[in-house]
Design a protein around this ligand. Structure first.
Ligand SMILES: [Zn+2]
Length: 176
């Protein structure tokens, strides 16, 4: 399971990387970032057992959740940047989960789970690539017991703080 941290940190960092080129409003990039985690709200249906089958990675983890912001992006000229950012955040969630256990990509039309598992293992002094992909009747890894924020995520935050401090301190400021 991709952690909550990864779901927000990775797409936000990507948008910031291109924010100048895409002329994005940094406040919008931050405030809309909850859309990057929003699909996981379907885990509530899993916990509360509203449904006889688990709906986590199913109910809000499909291409159809992207359709409304995508239509707004295509057909509504106003606030195009907002619908574009929302589209990107929702899609980023689907891609991250597709590679970490799989999602029900076409629910409710088609119920099976699409997954990709691509890794490069380093064992006994050699690299071993591992690639699996396809369609399964179950999710490969529900992420139960895994941290929502891992130790590695904290380290990434520290790096973020250091680079933000460097930016604020004006490391690129020209010396006279
Ligand atoms: Zn998810």
């Amino acid at each position: 399971m991709s952690s909550l941290f990864n779901h927000i940190f990775i797409p936000v960092a990507i948008l910031f990387l291109f924010s100048k080129k895409l002329k994005l409003n940094p406040t919008e990039v931050i405030t809309l970032s909850f859309f990057a985690a929003l699909p996981d709200a379907d885990s509530l249906f899993f916990v509360l057992k509203f449904s006889p089958t688990p709906l986590h990675r199913v109910l809000f983890h499909n291409v159809f959740i992207v359709i409304i912001p995508l239509l707004l992006l295509i057909f509504v000229k106003k606030r195009r940047q907002v619908s574009g950012i929302i589209c990107f955040y929702l899609t980023s969630h689907l891609i991250l989960d597709l590679f970490t256990g799989g999602i029900s990509l076409f629910y409710p039309v088609y119920h099976d789970i699409f997954f990709v598992h691509a890794e490069l293992l380093f064992t006994d002094g050699s690299f071993i690539p591992a690639l699996e992909y396809g369609i399964s009747d179950r999710i490969m890894n529900m992420g139960i017991g895994e941290p929502a924020i891992s130790s590695e995520n904290i380290a990434a935050s520290v790096l973020l703080i250091i680079s933000a401090a460097m930016a604020a301190g004006g490391i690129n400021r020209k010396t006279r």
